[in-house]
Design a protein around this ligand. Structure first.
Ligand code: ATP
Ligand code: MG
Length: 335
C-alpha cells in the first residue's frame, strides 16, 4: 500500500470548501492507501505564534471535523505535528539544503505573506524565519514519514516541488536515503462562496462551516447572490450565474433539473429556491453533525484517536531518521 500524507493547519473550523476541496477525497482514499493526516500545529504557529489559544482550540475542532466528515480512525492516522520531534530534527538538516532566495521565490509563500501584511510588512520586510521556512518543515513532514503521495490543491504545488528538490539534493549529497514524494493534484475545483466570491474562505467571511446550525445556514443562504437581472418573483433567470443554483448542484439536489427549468421559466421565486437549498444543505450536513456530536460527547475517544495516530506516525519517523542519521554520519553510539 502506498502512503498518503495530507493535513491541515489548525487555524479554525472546516467549511464546505474544505469538505469538497480535500476532505471528501481523503475519505475516499483512506481505504486504498496508508493514510496519515497531519494536524499541522507547528505550521499554524508560523503566522499565529502570538495566539497559541487559537491554535490549541483549533486542533480539537479540526479533529472533530475530520471524524464528523467520515475520516475513519481504523483506516487513517490523525496525528499532531508538534508531537513528532523527528520532524523538527529533519527540518534542521534540510535547512542547509535550501537557499534563502529560493524560499523568497516560492509564489505561494509570497502570496500568503502579502495577505498578512499586518504581520509581515507591506513588502515582506518583517517576514519571520519560521514563516519563510515553512515549506522546509512541510518537506520534513512528508519525507519523515516516507510519504509516497501528497494530494494537493493548486496552491500547494510549489511546496511539493520544493519538497522534491530537497529530497533529491539530500540523496545526491548523502547517498540514496529519502523517498521523493509525488504531488497528486486534486481535480476538485475551488469552491465558490454564496456571496459570489471565487472562493469560500474563513477570512473572506463567506464560509459555511460543517458545524453550522440550521439558523446559521438559513442566515447565510438567505443572503446568497442570485441573478441580478431577476427583480420580480416570476422573472425568468439564468441559473448559471446564481450561487443558490451552484450550491444545489454542488450538494447534488435530486431535484436539480426542476430547479434549473423552473428558474429559467420564471416559475420559481428566489426565496422558495433558497428555502429548498437550506433543506438540502441541512440534510447534507445532518449525518456529519450527528457524528460530530457523538465525538463532542466522547472527548476521551478523540484523545485516544489522536494519541494512537501520533504514535503510529512517530514510529515511522523514527525509522526514517535512523536512515537519515546514518547517511549523514550522525549515527553516534548506534550499532
Ligand atoms: P483563510 O481564509 O484563513 O486562508 P481558508 O478558508 O482559505 O482560510 P485554509 O486553511 O487556508 O482555509 O485552507 C487550507 C486548504 O483547504 C487549502 O490549501 C485548500 O486546499 C483547501 N480549501 C480551502 N478553501 C477552499 C475552497 N473554497 N475550495 C476548495 N478548497 C479549499
Ligand atoms: Mg487560505
Amino acid at each position: 500500500m502506498k502512503t498518503i500524507i495530507t493535513g491541515d493547519r489548525p487555524t479554525g473550523r472546516m467549511h464546505l470548501g474544505h469538505y469538497f476541496g480535500s476532505i471528501q477525497n481523503r475519505v475516499k482514499m483512506q481505504y486504498d492507501y496508508d493514510t496519515y493526516i497531519l494536524i499541522a500545529d507547528v505550521q499554524a504557529l508560523t503566522d499565529n505564534f502570538d495566539n497559541p489559544d487559537k491554535v490549541r482550540k483549533s486542533v480539537h475542532e479540526l479533529a472533530l471535523d475530520y471524524l464528523a466528515s467520515g475520516i475513519d480512525p481504523k483506516h487513517s492516522h490523525i496525528y499532531i505535528q508538534s508531537l513528532i520531534p523527528e520532524v523538527a530534527e529533519l527540518t534542521v538538516y534540510f535547512s542547509n539544503l535550501v537557499t534563502v532566495s529560493r524560499l523568497y521565490r516560492n509564489p505561494t509563500t509570497k502570496h500568503e505573506a502579502n495577505q498578512k501584511a499586518d504581520k509581515f510588512g507591506e513588502s515582506g520586510e518583517s517576514i519571520t524565519y519560521g514563516f519563510l521556512g515553512y515549506p522546509v518543515s512541510q518537506a520534513a513532514d512528508i519525507i519523515a514519514l516516507d510519504g509516497d503521495i501528497v494530494p494537493v490543491g493548486e496552491d500547494q504545488v510549489p511546496h511539493i516541488e520544493q519538497t522534491r528538490e530537497i529530497a533529491r539534493k539530500f540523496n545526491s549529497i548523502y547517498g540514496e536515503t529519502l523517498k521523493e514524494p509525488e504531488a497528486v493534484l486534486s481535480e476538485t475545483p475551488r469552491i465558490k462562496g454564496l456571496d459570489g466570491n471565487e472562493k469560500m474562505g474563513k477570512s473572506l467571511g463567506n464560509a459555511i462551516y460543517l458545524a453550522d446550525s440550521e439558523e446559521e445556514i438559513t442566515k447565510k443562504v438567505m443572503s446568497a447572490v442570485t441573478d441580478p437581472s431577476k427583480i420580480k418573483k416570476d422573472d425568468p433567470a439564468n441559473p448559471d450565474i446564481c450561487m443558490v443554483y451552484y450550491y444545489h448542484k454542488l450538494l447534488k439536489n435530486s431535484n436539480l433539473d426542476t430547479v434549473c427549468s423552473e428558474c429559467k421559466a420564471g416559475s420559481r421565486g428566489c426565496v422558495a429556491c433558497k428555502k429548498e437549498l437550506i433543506k438540502v444543505m441541512t440534510e447534507f450536513l445532518g449525518p456529519l453533525q450527528e457524528r460530530r456530536k457523538y465525538y463532542e460527547e466522547h472527548p476521551e475517544e478523540v484523545e485516544q484517536i489522536l494519541k494512537e495516530g501520533t504514535m503510529a506516525a512517530r514510529i515511522r519517523a523514527q525509522e526514517v531518521m535512523k536512515r537519515v542519521r546514518k547517511s549523514m554520519k550522525l549515527d553516534y553510539f548506534e550499532e
